[in-house]
Design a protein around this ligand. Structure first.
Ligand SMILES: Nc1ncnc2c1ncn2[C@@H]1O[C@H](COP(=O)(O)OP(=O)(O)O)[C@@H](O)[C@H]1O
Ligand SMILES: [Mg+2]
Length: 466
C-alpha cells in the first residue's frame, strides 16, 4: 500500500472525526426523540385509556361508556377499540376478529389477566405497519371482563420527525462537503510550509545555501523554518569562509613559489653568472622558503587551535619570565631598529597554561609592535594584576589601525597593507593565532588603536587559583 502523507492523514482524521460527530449527533437526536416524544405519546394513550377505564368502573359497559369510547376514538390520532368477547380475550386477541393471535404474546396476556396494562411497539400482523399500542384490562371482581386497546401507527408518531430527518441528512451532506473541500484546504495550508522546507533542504544538500523560507507564523512550523533559515545562514557562512580560506592559502603559496621557481630556473639555466648575483638570488629563495615554512607552521597551529580537541597543558607559569624570554630573542632586531623597550612587569603574577603557546602570543604581538614601529621610537610593555586577572599590554607609537580595519585584523589572512606586509614577511595569521590561544586559556584579547597615534594590545588571563 502507498504510504499516506501527513496531508492525507490530517484530511482523513478530519473526515473521520466529523463523520463520527455527525453520526453521534443524529443517533443522539433519534434516541432523545424516541425517549421524549414517543414516551409522551404512550403517556397520552395511557391517560386516555385510564379515563375510559374510570368510566367503565363507574358505569360498566353501558351506553355512556361506549359513547366515550367512540368519542375518544374520533378525537385522537390513534384508534380506540373496546372488546368484551371472552373468547377473544382468552385467546389473547381481544380486539378484532381479524386479528391474528400473534399480536400479543402469552406473557402479555398473563399481564392483562393480572390486571396490568400492556405497552407495545411492534408490527401489526395484518396491516404490515408498525404500531404503538396500549392495552388496558377491564376487571370486575378480579376477573378480566374486557379490554381497551388504543393504538396509533408509528408513522404518525414519527411524522414530525420526518422533517428533522431531512434536515439532518442535509446537514450531513453539507458538513461532509465542507470537510472534503475545507479539510483539503486546511491540510494544504498546514503542509505547504513543510513542502517548502523539504525543497530548501534538498537544495542545501546540493550545496545551495542561499534559499530562505518566508514563513511568519509563530507556531512550531514557524520556529522550525526559522531554525532551518539559521542553519542555511550558518552553512552559507561556513562555505564562504572555506572558499575564502582556500583562496587565501593558494594566494599565499603562489607568490613565494613563483619567486622560487623563477630564481632557481635562472640559476639552473646559467643566466646568472655573477657570483654576487647568485648569492643574492639564493638569499631571496631562502627568504621565500622560510616564509612558506612559517605559513605552513601557522596554518597547522591554527588548524590545531581551532579544533575542539586541542590538548592545552595547564602548568603554573610566571608571565613576567615568559615575557623576558621572548624579549631576549628580539634583542637583536630592536637594536637594529633602534627601538627602546620600556617594560614594567609584575614578577609575582602566576598564571596557568602552556608555556610554548603563551610565548607564541607574546612573540606574535611583539613582532607586530616592532614591525609596525618606526625606527628610533619607544615601545611600552606592562604586566599587572587587576582583580583576579593578569593584564598584559604592549603599546606602540606606530601608524595605528583604522577604525574600519580594526575589527578585521584578527581574521585569518587579514592584512591592512598587503604589499607592505608581504615585504615585511607577515602571513596575516599572527593575530588569529593569538586570539585562539588566548581563548583556549579562557582569556580576553583586545586591540585598541588610533591612526597616527599608535596601537595597544591587551591580553587578560585568569590568575592561577590557589
Ligand atoms: N601594532 C600594530 N600596528 C599597526 N598595525 C598592526 C599592528 N598589529 C597588527 N596590525 C595590522 O593587523 C594585521 C594583522 O596582523 P597579523 O595577524 O599579526 O598579521 P601579519 O603581522 O602577519 O601581517 C597586520 O597586517 C597589520 O596591518
Ligand atoms: Mg603579525
Amino acid at each position: 500500500m502507498r504510504r499516506l502523507g501527513i496531508k492525507q492523514k490530517i484530511w482523513m482524521t478530519l473526515s473521520i472525526v466529523s463523520l463520527f460527530t455527525i453520526l453521534t449527533g443524529i443517533g443522539l437526536t433519534f434516541y432523545l426523540y424516541e425517549k421524549f416524544y414517543v414516551e409522551k405519546q404512550i403517556e397520552l394513550l395511557l391517560m386516555q385509556g385510564k379515563r375510559l377505564e374510570a368510566v367503565y368502573d363507574q358505569n360498566g359497559k353501558g351506553e355512556e361508556f361506549l359513547k366515550r369510547v367512540q368519542w375518544t376514538d374520533e378525537g385522537s390520532e390513534g384508534k380506540v377499540i373496546f372488546t368484551d368477547d371472552p373468547m377473544l380475550l382468552s385467546a389473547g386477541v381481544p380486539y378484532d376478529e381479524y386479528f391474528n393471535t400473534n399480536l400479543i404474546t402469552f406473557e402479555e396476556r398473563q399481564q392483562l389477566l393480572a390486571g396490568k396494562e400492556v405497552i407495545m411497539i411492534r408490527e401489526h400482523p395484518r396491516f404490515n405497519q408498525d404500531i404503538l399500542a396500549v392495552t388496558i384490562p377491564l376487571l370486575q371482581e378480579e376477573l378480566l371482563q374486557g379490554a381497551i386497546f388504543l393504538y396509533m401507527p408509528l408513522e404518525v408518531v414519527y411524522e414530525p420527525f420526518q422533517s428533522i430527518r431531512l434536515l439532518l441528512l442535509l446537514a450531513l451532506v453539507f458538513v461532509l462537503l465542507i470537510v472534503i473541500v475545507g479539510g483539503r484546504k486546511i491540510s494544504d495550508h498546514l503542509i505547504s510550509p513543510l513542502k517548502k522546507m523539504e525543497v530548501i533542504s534538498h537544495k542545501m544538500m546540493d550545496g545551495d545555501f542561499t534559499q530562505r523560507i518566508h514563513i511568519k507564523t509563530r507556531d512550531e512550523i514557524g520556529s522550525l523554518s526559522q531554525s532551518l533559515n539559521s542553519l542555511a545562514s550558518s552553512l552559507e557562512k561556513v562555505e564562504q569562509q572555506r572558499r575564502e580560506f582556500l583562496q587565501n592559502v593558494s594566494h599565499e603559496l603562489r607568490t613565494p613559489l613563483s619567486y622560487i621557481k623563477g630564481y632557481t630556473e635562472a640559476i639552473r639555466d646559467g643566466v646568472v653568472v655573477d657570483n654576487e648575483d647568485r648569492n643574492k638570488y639564493m638569499n631571496i629563495i631562502h627568504h621565500e622558503v622560510s616564509r612558506l615554512q612559517r605559513l605552513v607552521n601557522d596554518l597547522l597551529d591554527l588548524a590545531q587551535l581551532e579544533g575542539d580537541s586541542y590538548p592545552m597543558k595547564h602548568e603554573p607559569l610566571s608571565f613576567a619570565q615568559l615575557t623576558l624570554d621572548v624579549l631576549e630573542r628580539y634583542e637583536l632586531i630592536t637594536k637594529q631598529k633602534n627601538i627602546k623597550i620600556q617594560e614594567q612587569l609584575d614578577d609575582d603574577i602566576i598564571i596557568e597554561g602552556e608555556a610554548d603557546r603563551l610565548e607564541q602570543v607574546i612573540s606574535n604581538l611583539l613582532d607586530n609592535a616592532i614591525r609596525y614601529t618606526l625606527e628610533g621610537k619607544e615601545l611600552f610593555i606592562s604586566l599587572s594584576q587587576q582583580q583576579s586577572s593578569a593584564v598584559f599590554t604592549i603599546q606602540d607609537l606606530g601608524p595605528g589601525i583604522s577604525e574600519e580595519d580594526l575589527p578585521k585584523v584578527v581574521d585569518r589572512f587579514y592584512r591592512v597593507n598587503k604589499a607592505r606586509t608581504r615585504k615585511d614577511g607577515g602571513t596575516g595569521l599572527g593575530l588569529a593565532i593569538v586570539n585562539q590561544i588566548v581563548k583556549k586559556h579562557r582569556g580576553i584579547f583586545l586591540i585598541e588603536s588610533e591612526e597616527g597615534i599608535g596601537t595597544t594590545v591587551t591580553v587578560k588571563l585568569p590568575l592561577l587559583e590557589i
